[in-house]
Design a binder for this molecule. Structure first.
Ligand SMILES: C[S@@+](CC[C@H](N)C(=O)[O-])C[C@H]1O[C@@H](n2cnc3c(N)ncnc32)[C@H](O)[C@@H]1O
Length: 536
């Protein structure tokens, strides 16, 4: 099935994907649980990734879940070979990458609890798309979850204009790298064309170009400009309406479970009358989601699917949280002073600024506990106990009985999660997080390899963390064989080298003295702990 006669563009210009937090089995199992499906336990599951490129999404998952099994397939031999080299270096025995076409997978390939297809569906020809969904049906265990991402209309029509322009602009260039360079240059010109009397067309095109350019500029050091080759310039790029995608999935015996960006399903920002109108004009979740795309012009979706015969129940129940762990770094300036009252205080998420008002004393205490224990994910019952412990006996009248407190706490945390993961994140598993600095800090082996290539590292929650260039180099020494003194020596050596030969785009700085280097090492280790990059 693999066509070896025509060159594979992914072999010529490899696509170095990244880790996608929302595709992690823990995220899929969490959302499945919220939708009433008891998905297989993440700590011992089987995962298949279709079009896994060089395994940058799958390898960190395999490293973090040693008792689960991972199989990735891709028809680019070069990308598979690159991934296999990393797997060998890491000595991982629970992951296999295969050079294979999606169309070659049949029932003999085995059953998987989680099937991931990120960045494939709308970028492959119709027959591959069809096989992709057939695999999601045929090779998925009864309570399994499939994750499929794709570009969506009507939002992508705007990017489609840019695609047409760039395809024309690069029509005489065949070298994929050169096509990217020429397109980047044209995008810059389009973005710069900001005359005060812009036409609607001009406005839209330069807004889009601006967006792409900003994104590609920021990501350039990671080689992510290659994404341009495989999105705007891709040989195949056929966005679909969400409803079309779901029609296709249902023809394969699959049904809609939820969006991997679960919070998007609640359209919190819409005015009340709009919410009401959309709800009355739609008769199913799929229809409602389609209208949301009309309202928000969404360009990309990550859809979770399950077998059509499963009973999906999206009515949220606080009890679901009883078997989960939660994590939060939301802060309230008044929570401590109002801990013992039922006065409402506002908690704010650190990244998005999302806010959440809390009156219930135990919930206030629980959020304080979680912020202190960050980045740990704390099991619900343990959190309830610890939160109760923060309130005095004399204040027991502020809450009813243990059961009632659990209801309030569960409902509050669930509501915060449905609003924003930046307020409360939920997990079915709790990774082995390091919370105190040891004399021999160890950064995960995966992140150490990633740090050789760039500043974006995958943490134990499968999230991307940006580290500064100095930390990125010192991380190579955080392998458990260098103690604090050795790290301070390395920091001194690095700062002396940088003073003589500063990095590109950075000004020369005087070398650090030993005290300053020690402080810098302590700050770095603290930051690695807070970023969930250290392992035991
Ligand atoms: C845009 S890349 C996405 C890579 C990765 N999943 C990500 O999102 O970062 C699409 C990938 O699908 C692979 N692919 C395309 N058609 C395929 C097929 N028929 N069988 C297997 N892999 C295929 C390509 O080789 C490429 O690695």
């Amino acid at each position: 099935m693999i066509d070896n006669t025509s060159p594979n563009t992914y072999d010529e210009l490899p696509y170095h994907g990244i880790s996608y937090t929302l595709s992690h089995p823990d995220r899929l199992a969490t959302i499945a649980a919220l939708a009433g499906i008891n998905a297989p336990p993440v700590a011992s599951c089987r995962v298949l990734e279709l079009g896994c490129a060089s395994g940058n999404n799958l390898i960190p998952m395999a490293a973090g879940l040693p008792h689960s099994t991972f199989v990735g397939i891709d028809f680019s031999q070069r990308q598979i070979a690159e991934g296999q080299a990393i797997i060998e270096e890491l000595g991982l025995g629970n992951i296999t990458l295969k050079h294979l076409d999606i169309r070659e997978i049949d029932e003999t390939f085995g059953q998987f609890d989680y099937i991931i297809a990120h960045g494939v569906y709308s970028w492959v020809p119709p027959d591959v798309r069809d096989h992709l969904l057939a695999v999601c049906k045929r090779n998925l265990t009864p309570n399994g979850v499939a994750f499929v991402s794709y570009n969506t209309y009507p939002g992508w029509h705007l990017s489609g204009m840019l695609r047409d322009i760039l395809l024309y602009h690069t029509r005489n260039t065949s070298d994929p790298e050169q096509r990217v360079t020429e397109s980047m240059a044209l995008l810059r010109l389009l973005a710069d064309t900001g005359s005060p009397k812009r036409t609607l067309f001009g406005n839209v095109v330069s807004e889009c170009a601006d967006l792409f350019h900003e994104y590609l500029d920021a990501a350039h050091s990671q080689g992510r400009h290659v994404m341009l080759a495989y999105d705007l310039l891709a040989r195949v790029n056929e966005p679909v309406y969400f409803s079309q995608f779901m029609d296709h999935a249902s023809r394969h015996g699959l049904q809609y479970l939820a969006d991997a960006e679960f919070q998007s399903m609640f359209f919190w920002d819409a005015p009340e009358h709009v919410k009401h109108a959309v709800r009355t004009m739609t008769t199913s979740t799929v229809e409602l989601e389609q209208y949301l795309d009309f309202f928000y012009g969404r360009t990309f979706r990550r859809t979770l699917l399950c077998h059509a015969d499963r009973v999906v129940d999206r009515r949220l129940k606080w009890e679901t949280l009883r078997s989960m762990c939660m994590r939060s770094r939301a802060i309230s300036t008044d929570a401590q002073s109002e801990l013992h009252s039922t006065t409402a205080v506002e908690f704010r998420g650190p990244n998005t600024g999302a806010t959440f008002s809390v009156e219930h004393p135990i919930t206030k205490a629980a959020l304080i506990v979680l912020a202190e224990r960050w980045p740990e994910a704390v099991p619900f019952e343990a959190l309830l106990d610890e939160a109760r412990g923060r309130l005095n006996r004399s204040e027991q009248h502020l809450f009813a009985d243990q059961q009632q407190e659990a209801v309030y706490l569960g409902a509050n945390l669930l509501k915060a999660h449905c609003y924003s993961r930046d307020l409360v994140d939920l997990h079915t598993i709790s990774p082995p997080i390091v919370t105190t600095a040891s004399n021999y800090p160890v950064v995960s082996a995966v992140a150490r390899i990633q740090a050789r290539q760039g500043n974006e590292l995958t943490n134990l929650y499968h999230e991307l963390v940006n580290v500064d260039p100095t930390s990125r180099r010192l991380i190579q020494h955080c392998d458990g064989t260098h103690d604090r003194t050795a790290l301070i020596d390395a920091m001194l050596e690095l700062s002396t080298a940088l003073a003589v030969a500063p990095e590109e785009d950075r000004e020369a700085q005087a070398p650090l003295d030993r005290d300053a280097a020690a402080q810098a090492v302590d700050r770095m280790v603290e930051s690695l702990i807070r970023s969930a990059l250290l392992v035991k």
